[in-house]
Design a protein around this ligand. Structure first.
Ligand SMILES: NC(=O)c1ccc[n+]([C@@H]2O[C@H](COP(=O)([O-])OP(=O)(O)OC[C@H]3O[C@@H](n4cnc5c(N)ncnc54)[C@H](OP(=O)(O)O)[C@@H]3O)[C@@H](O)[C@H]2O)c1
Length: 296
């Protein structure tokens, strides 16, 4: 599996396994979670994406159960987690209004909890999950720099940030933001033209692409897009999901798709996407099917 350099201290596998849905599975036992991780590692997928809020603030502990049962897994993984969304569930049940919190106090507390839930010493990459309209970039930036200094976090980045949000936070830090995790797929094509990709390509940032299958919507998609994905899949002897991921891999921005399946059989074939190499016309067939019309 191709390795992608995000910073001097961070290298990711080209394909990433996301754990948003981990706690939704009927089996969340350490042994079963370890089978999922092992299946990823067998394919060279070493990067795992978490967030404090996943599973209503429970998914990190599900991963932690597997890491406690088999601590040797940790050294073979890069662990990403996120903070700043405060929703009135689980540990925040007493909160009345869902909100974002990028204060130093919240970020530091969240990191401590994430480390303890996942039973790890260091977070390889901490992301600010969503742009916070009340972010004091000097306070947030200094808190993130200090977390890197402390060794609790190796690298920091953001998620769902527009270029201006990125520039604001990055301008207040001595370390550089290393990635932006955004929604981009055949179900969400706007970043290809709204300036988000272009901004990061100019900076050389490697972007993480969340919900590459549109959260599963592309799998059941009918119409022209469904037909086109199936036709391309047939030509390469893979399924639709591999084509949807290959569509992202073909872009020169070097996108890093974050896959979300909980199904062991599907996890085992995530890397099928690497068998699909889309030429320009096939890429545009998919793009135009997603767009709903021919390009001008
Ligand atoms: N930063 C953010 O704001 C943000 C937001 C959302 C997600 N994320 C990250 O992105 C990751 C991926 O998101 P996602 O789970 O929405 O990704 P996804 O890969 O687009 O969608 C996964 C969903 O599609 C279903 N699916 C996949 N292949 C299928 C198939 N062949 N047939 C039927 N269903 C199929 C899966 O069901 P099965 O489990 O049954 O296969 C699962 O429910 C998350 O885990 C998280 O790490 C980040």
């Amino acid at each position: 599996m191709e390795r992608v350099t995000l910073s001097d201290t961070l290298e990711f596998s080209r394909l990433i396994y996301g754990m948003w849905r981990l706690g939704d599975d009927t089996d969340t036992s350490p042994a079963y979670v370890e089978r999922k991780i092992q299946s990823c590692l067998d394919q060279g997928i070493t990067t795992f994406d978490q967030a404090d809020i996943y599973g209503g603030y429970t998914a990190e502990a599900v991963l932690g159960g597997a890491l406690k049962a088999n601590p040797s897994l940790r050294d073979r993984m890069e662990i990403v987690t996120k903070c700043d969304i405060v929703a009135p569930v689980g540990r925040y049940s007493d909160v009345k209004v869902k909100h974002y919190d990028t204060s130093r106090a919240h970020i530091e507390k969240s990191v401590e909890t994430s480390l303890s839930e996942m039973a790890i010493e260091t977070i390889d990459l901490l992301l600010i999950h969503r742009p916070d309209p009340l972010m004091d970039h000097f306070e947030t930036g200094a808190a993130l720099d200090d977390l890197i200094k402390s060794g609790k976090v190796r690298n920091v980045g953001v998620s769902n940030f527009r270029p201006w949000d990125w520039e604001l936070l990055d301008s207040a830090m001595s370390n550089r933001l290393v990635t932006n995790q955004i929604e981009i797929s055949l179900a969400e094509i706007s970043p290809f033209t709204n300036g988000d990709l272009a901004f990061h390509q100019r900076l050389g940032t490697k972007l993480m692409a969340w919900s590459p299958l549109g959260g599963g919507s592309l799998i059941s998609k009918g119409g022209k897009l469904g037909e086109t994905m199936d036709e391309v899949a047939g030509a390469f002897g893979v399924d639709r999901s591999a084509v949807a991921v290959a569509f992202l891999l073909a872009h020169p921005a070097k996108l890093l798709p974050v896959m979300g399946t909980n199904n062991l059989g599907r996890i085992a074939t995530i890397s099928d996407a690497l068998k699909v190499s889309l030429d320009r016309e096939t890429w545009f067939r998919l793009y135009e099917a997603a767009l709903g019309h021919e390009v001008a």
